[in-house]
Design a protein around this ligand. Structure first.
Ligand code: PLP
Length: 455
């Protein structure tokens, strides 16, 4: 363990690079892209991170969509330490104080004040839990043949076998048969609306695809429908209110459980605690993770509305039989409580709305660029979409290696991005200030103008 991470010798850095190249898997990154040249970070503060060579960068992605309170919050580190010193985990038949307090806190923030949280260790487990809950709920209602789940093409719901088959993002491998009963319908795309029909009309058409699938496959066999309020994997398209309102109606009409996957959007990212609040929709189950602790410690939850959780209160046969050893780890729960305290103290949810609007305003001149097809966002979840031809919205071919180029140009301007390609996603900490947004926008303008000249 290195005590002073800011003052590491060149020799030590080389040793770390060698170990990483030989012994480490990097998540979803090809080894050729990092072996011998891995970015190793040793410090974080606000929106800034410092690498092992002492170079400071602005993290435009907030880690992987989660660093909402920003880096370097000592209060959260202290809460983690205090809980670990008191009692780090309870015996199997009990709970620790932060787990209970956190369940209460989430219910207070959530639109259904009687909501009950099943804690997990992350987003994929939250999705697995929500789907299992939906199936058990249906069994308890007497709809025991309901096992199918309808989701949207190119979404992302996690890496575990069931979650990955629900999502089918463009970047995942096909691994043979999906979970039986998985049905995919059209996703919502605000930029490429066919035949220029009205966006609300198109949104209702897209939502109705769930209904078509339910009718086609048989309502008695469908347990749940799942969607992200705004799919980051599919390019951050914000739907009109009618989309989620129609999903709610369809779920009610056919007794199908509506799951909102808010692993990215939950806890303030879009300017409300939960994105479905923008449209006055209360899902039956909401999945969360990432910003719940701002990534200070792994944690997720499936938040069940009273309707769902009450269905497990009857006989032993009806209980929700589900266990994840480290789900709701007390140390992570303590981190989450402190994180949410900071959210309230600094009004980070309102800041997300305000700073998101400022960011979109500053990006607006980029629309004059020949390759900027669209700029869209809600709160501090923002996308810039680059195209080859704005009139036809033609995508930039993969052969152009946009992902590598954009990331490198941004890095030269001290900005970290992740998989920025034809859609540049922005998800900075909610604590970002105007000067930092100006810095980010300058880097984006500079990088996009280089790409424009090359194309
Ligand atoms: C919408 C959504 N759901 C689920 C997941 C899976 O979360 P995790 O990587 O914590 O398992 C992600 C991860 O990015 C996500 O974006």
């Amino acid at each position: 363990m290195i005590k002073d991470q800011l003052n590491i010798s060149g020799e030590k850095i080389e040793e770390l690079q060698n170990i990483a190249s030989q012994n480490l898997f990097m998540h979803a990154q090809h080894i050729n892209d990092w072996a011998g040249n891995l970015k190793i970070f040793v410090k974080g503060e606000g929106v800034w991170v410092t690498d092992v060579n002492g170079h400071r960068y602005l993290d435009s992605m907030g880690g992987l969509w989660f660093k909402s309170a920003g880096y370097g919050r000592e209060e959260i580190a202290k809460a983690i330490y205090d809980q670990a010193c008191a009692i780090e985990t309870p015996p199997a038949n009990g709970a620790c104080i932060p787990q209970i307090e956190l369940a209460g806190k989430i219910a207070k923030l959530y639109p259904d004040k009687n909501a009950r949280s099943f804690f997990t260790s992350g987003g994929s487990e939250s999705v697995e839990t929500a789907v299992k809950m939906a199936k058990k709920y249906q069994m308890n209602q007497g709809k025991s043949g309901a096992y199918k789940v309808i989701s949207r093409r190119y979404s992302y719901h996690g890496a575990t076998a069931m979650a990955v088959s629900l999502g089918k993002p463009l970047t995942s491998d096909t691994m043979g048969p999906e979970m039986p009963g998985t049905i995919h319908v059209e996703n919502w795309d605000s930029y490429r609306i066919p035949n220029n029909i009205d966006s609300v009309e198109y949104a209702i058409y897209c939502a109705n695809q769930f209904e078509e699938a339910i009718k086609h496959t048989g309502p008695d066999s469908v347990a749940a429908m799942i969607a992200e309020p705004i799919s980051a994997a599919y390019g951050i398209h914000i739907p009109p209110a009618e989309y989620w309102q129609r999903l709610r109606e369809i779920a009610d009409n056919y007794d199908v459980v509506l799951i909102a996957d808010e692993v990215i959007t939950g806890f303030g990212r879009t300017g409300k605690y939960f994105a479905t609040e923008h449209w006055n929709v209360i899902p039956d189950i909401t999945t969360v993770a990432k910003a719940l602790t701002s990534g200070y410690s792994p944690l997720g939850a499936a938040i069940a509305s009273k309707k769902i959780s009450d269905s497990f209160l009857g006989s032993e046969k009806e209980m929700f039989r589900h266990l994840i050893t480290f789900g709701g780890h007390p140390v992570s729960s303590a981190a989450a409580l402190k994180n949410l305290e900071i959210f309230e103290k600094e009004d980070l949810v309102q800041a997300s709305k305000n700073m998101g609007e400022y960011l979109l305003e500053q990006l607006e001149p980029l629309r004059n660029s020949k390759i900027v097809g669209d700029i869209r966002g809600l709160g501090l979840l923002v996308a810039i979409e680059l195209v080859l031809d704005k009139s036809t919205k033609t995508k930039i071919p993969a052969s152009y290696e946009l992902q590598k180029k954009i990331s490198n140009y941004l890095l030269e301007r001290d900005v970290i991005s992740f998989r920025a390609s034809d859609v540049i996603s922005l998800c900075p900490p909610l604590s970002i200030n105007k000067d930092e947004i100006d810095f980010l926008v300058d880097a984006l303008k500079n990088s996009i103008s280089k790409i424009e000249q090359e194309i």
